[in-house]
Design a protein around this ligand. Structure first.
Ligand SMILES: CC(C)(COP(=O)(O)OP(=O)(O)OC[C@H]1O[C@@H](n2cnc3c(N)ncnc32)[C@H](O)[C@@H]1OP(=O)(O)O)[C@@H](O)C(=O)NCCC(=O)NCCS
Length: 189
């Protein structure tokens, strides 16, 4: 279990930061609530015309996507306000980059909209990067719409780089696959 606060690299916070706890998903967590959270978080992207699967997937799809990896949730005031699902390199498949050995990935990253911009999303990404390193991966990757420019810029600021384009049949946009070498932070050469 990880208790996290806004990262030190964020300067001049504009509001008091909530305390939040990141933990693995538990049997008592409601997949219906998590699905609704995904819908709320991805709604602005959908309003831009980008039909991310998470923006309107049903509960069974949430369950299936979580079952393909390791899901973490963020709890704040006993409510789930964020989530991410990590996949080991073994579980990461589907495009040329994902099929490479040593490439882990994550998906279904979301933070409750009113709590965005306070470091929660960054803390979730930190967790999956740590998981990638701990499970022996060389890289951690994700894919997102090529049109989600501010999101892509956010990942770039976190050390991700473009590795390939991919056209998934289930979405209405071309995706970029972004990746980060996770060995750099470990101090191990
Ligand atoms: C992407 C997402 C998970 C980030 O979560 P978050 O809790 O806002 O993340 P952080 O607070 O760590 O970082 C937000 C960044 O936006 C900046 N920001 C500034 N004002 C902001 C605001 N009002 N709202 C949101 N972000 C703001 C922050 O400074 C920060 O940038 P930095 O890390 O370079 O300083 C969240 O925006 C989200 O759920 N988006 C919708 C779903 C989505 O896009 N998922 C990823 C698909 S690939």
């Amino acid at each position: 279990m990880t208790t996290a606060r806004r990262s030190d690299r964020h300067e001049e916070p504009s509001a008091p930061d909530p305390s939040f706890t990141i933990r693995p998903i538990a049997p008592f967590d409601s997949l219906s609530d998590i699905t609704d959270l995904l819908h709320r978080a991805y709604a602005p992207l959908r309003q831009q015309g980008l039909h991310y699967v998470a923006s309107n997937q049903d509960e069974a799809t949430t369950r299936r996507r979580i079952a393909r990896g390791e899901c973490y949730v963020v709890e704040c005031d006993r409510r789930v306000v964020g989530t991410v699902t990590f996949r080991t390199a073994r579980e990461t498949r589907g495009c040329e980059w994902y099929d490479r050995a040593g490439v882990a990935s994550f998906e279904q990253l979301a933070v409750e909209p009113p709590l965005q911009g306070r470091g929660i999303g960054g803390a979730l990404v930190d967790i999956v990067e740590q998981k990638a390193r701990a499970t022996g991966a060389v890289e951690i990757s994700l894919d997102t719409s090529e049109k989600a420019e501010s999101l892509i810029a956010w990942y770039f600021r976190r050390g991700y780089r473009f590795v390939q384009w991919v056209r998934w049949e289930v979405v209405n946009y071309r995706s970029v696959v972004l990746s980060k070498d996770v060995r750099g932070d470990s101090g191990v050469v």
